[in-house]
Design a binder for this molecule. Structure first.
Ligand code: DLZ
Ligand code: SF4
Length: 512
């Protein structure tokens, strides 16, 4: 009997030549299947630029694979026979090629994993699902680390990853004598601070074709395509990384949390979209940053801050996702039920911090971590927006967002919907924090120093409303002792006035 080839589906965020499903295989014995499918572009209504990024990276990668000798069967979105789903396309491809087995690298989403786990039975073919070796910490290692621990704190995991990789290590000691330089990485913007312009990449004809397709098919999705400049190839992603090290890394740590109106990228690396697609390798980018520190091109605090995000937070978040799914998608420990206000999509609100962040998000499919966590996330937390709606928004609008990274950050870190598994206290803050870390408040129609009434910054009364309505759940948390003590010290009149002010604002948000 003649045996068909091995079918290797490569998903949109798997555009890496070292992918485990390709490793060690003879191209002559395999068909690589890449699929542009409506189910994935509309599962949440992804930002137009995110769809362009993913489809353009897929098309460029298909060419790379062909040049390397692989037979790539590429199903374009506008192929008339396209069924619109991974399962439909895998089934068609099995028939087309008479494939004898499927070999696939584990996907980044629980939803897709469920689909793949159903293929063997539905398609009557063996399916080999391989670990995604692009991550530094294999999932079984993460589960072993988590087993039996009462608290799964990132800091301990991060130290293990430093030891495992040897990054910023001097023997068995952390470089500079400390594991974490975060305390030096928290400055508000200095007067006159001028972040460098970001490096962008002009779309080539292949990417322009995808832009035309996305405009025609998804022109009603959130987001703009004008000025699209994300890297869509490994060569471009490498240049972006070099540019970050040359122009931004030395200041990155200090201004990591700062926000300036009109400066949408500050000193951030902007590599997350490329990293999460597989255009960059996490260990490689960390080694490049470590080398910059060792050659005196960057301070240790900046290098450590970057490396902590990549081998610490990013890997920890991915482990927590697979540990806590599927329950995490439904978690709502604080019983937040309010629907997402329209201004999350339009940016049409007098709250300047939110208007700036939504505008940046619409223009670039990007906002930096403090805009995400402390403006949008914090607002959602203290206004009590429903975690499912907030998570769907974050997943749709950011170019780097895949559920494995988005959901633990949103449900766990930002919304405390996991009841504190990820973060020991909720990241709730009033306007004072935003004022300290940004230049947004000066020109805002609200007054950040006013606590109640129609002129007051809404974050102020909402913060206390959040504290008050969650007393039963949070007051016993030792890390919340200060806010609860302050709240109790306020006069009964002040408390009532504050709650009424918050209620008046919440009433403007509509049902909930
Ligand atoms: C996010 C996304 C989009 C928008 N489109 C596609 C696509 O057309 N084809 C594809 O293979 N993957 C796409 N993706 C990424 C998948 O949704 C991704 O593989 C899962 O989110 C799992 O991480
Ligand atoms: Fe945001 Fe309040 Fe500052 Fe306005 S005053 S920008 S609403 S924090």
């Amino acid at each position: 009997m003649i045996k068909g080839p091995v079918l290797i589906p490569v998903l949109g965020d798997q555009v890496s030549p070292g992918l485990s499903s390709l490793a060690g295989k003879d191209p002559a014995d395999c068909v690589v299947l890449m699929m542009e499918v409506m189910d994935e572009t509309t599962h949440v209504r992804h930002h137009q630029a995110k769809i362009v990024l993913i489809l353009a990276a897929m098309r460029h990668f298909a060419d790379d694979l062909r040049r390397a000798g692989w037979h790539v069967d590429y199903v374009a979105l506008d192929d008339p026979a396209n069924t619109g789903s991974f399962a439909g396309e895998v089934s068609r491809a099995l028939q087309r090629h008479g494939a004898r087995e499927i070999r696939v690298t584990e996907p980044g989403e629980w939803r897709v994993r469920q689909m793949i786990d159903g293929w063997a039975a539905a398609l009557h073919v063996p399916v080999d699902v391989l670990p995604d070796t692009r991550f530094v910490c294999p999932l079984p290692d993460f589960f072993a680390w988590a087993a039996g621990r009462r608290e799964l704190r990132m800091e301990w995991f991060y130290r293990d990853m430093r030891r495992k990789t040897g990054l910023l290590m001097e023997g068995d000691k952390p470089a500079g004598g400390r594991w974490n330089f975060d305390a030096e990485n928290r400055s508000g913007p200095a007067p006159g601070l001028a972040p460098p312009p970001p490096l962008t990449f002009a779309p080539d004809t292949m990417t322009q074709d995808v832009m035309a397709l996305v405009r025609a098919r998804f022109g009603n999705h959130f987001g703009r395509l004008d000025g699209f400049g994300w890297p869509v190839t490994r060569a471009e992603a490498d240049r972006l990384m070099d540019h970050f090290i040359a122009t931004r890394l030395h200041e990155f740590g200090m201004w990591q949390d700062a926000m300036l109106a009109g400066h949408d990228t500050m000193f951030h690396a902007l590599i997350a979209p490329a990293l999460n697609l597989g255009l960059l390798d996490p260990i490689d980018v960390c080694r490049r940053v470590e080398a910059a520190w060792r050659d005196g091109r960057a301070p240790l605090a900046a290098a450590e801050g970057f490396i902590r995000q990549v081998i610490g937070w990013r890997e920890y978040i991915r482990g927590m996702y697979w540990l806590d799914m599927p329950g995490l998608a439904e978690a709502n420990a604080l019983n937040a039920t309010r629907p997402l206000p329209d201004f999350w999509w339009t940016g049409d609100t007098p709250m300047r911090c939110i208007a700036q962040t939504v505008r940046a998000t619409r223009d670039n499919a990007y906002a930096h971590h403090i805009q995400r966590l402390m403006i949008m996330g914090n607002f959602a937390l203290i206004a009590g927006l429903h975690p499912r709606e907030v998570a769907a928004w974050f997943l749709a609008v950011y170019a780097d967002a895949y559920e494995w990274v988005e959901l633990p950050n949103v449900a766990g870190m930002a919304l405390h919907a996991d009841g504190g598994r990820l973060a020991s206290k909720p990241y709730a803050a009033s306007g004072a924090y935003i004022d300290r870390m940004s230049d947004y408040c000066g020109a805002c129609r609200y007054k950040v120093k006013v606590k109640t009434g129609p002129e007051a910054c809404p974050f102020n009364a909402l913060y206390w409303h959040f504290i008050d309505r969650n007393t039963d759940r949070l007051a016993r948390n030792p890390r919340m002792a200060n806010p609860y003590a302050t709240w109790r010290r306020m006069s009964a009149e002040k408390r009532a006035e504050t709650l009424a002010s918050a209620e008046a604002f919440l009433a403007t948000l509509g049902a909930g």
